[in-house]
Design a protein around this ligand. Structure first.
Ligand SMILES: [Cu+2]
Length: 65
């Protein structure tokens, strides 16, 4: 289980966008995004490239950290 902080989420659409973005990253499964906590939690089925994660989140319009 991996937890990352996601900045910039303000509504459920943001949550969906982040969930979708993470779902496209190789090795990521069972994505759960919490708007209240500003966090995303996921399982890694294999080592995940955090740079790729940041890139996808950024493309979706949000910031990791
Ligand atoms: Cu939103």
């Amino acid at each position: 289980m991996t937890t990352i902080k996601v900045k910039g989420m303000s509504c459920n659409h943001c949550v969906m966008a982040v969930t979708r973005a993470l779902g496209t990253v190789d090795g990521i499964q069972d994505v759960k995004v919490s708007l209240e906590a500003g966090e995303a939690v996921f399982e890694e089925t294999r080592p995940v490239d955090m740079a790729a994660v940041k890139e996808k989140i950024k493309k979706a319009g949000f910031e990791v950290g």
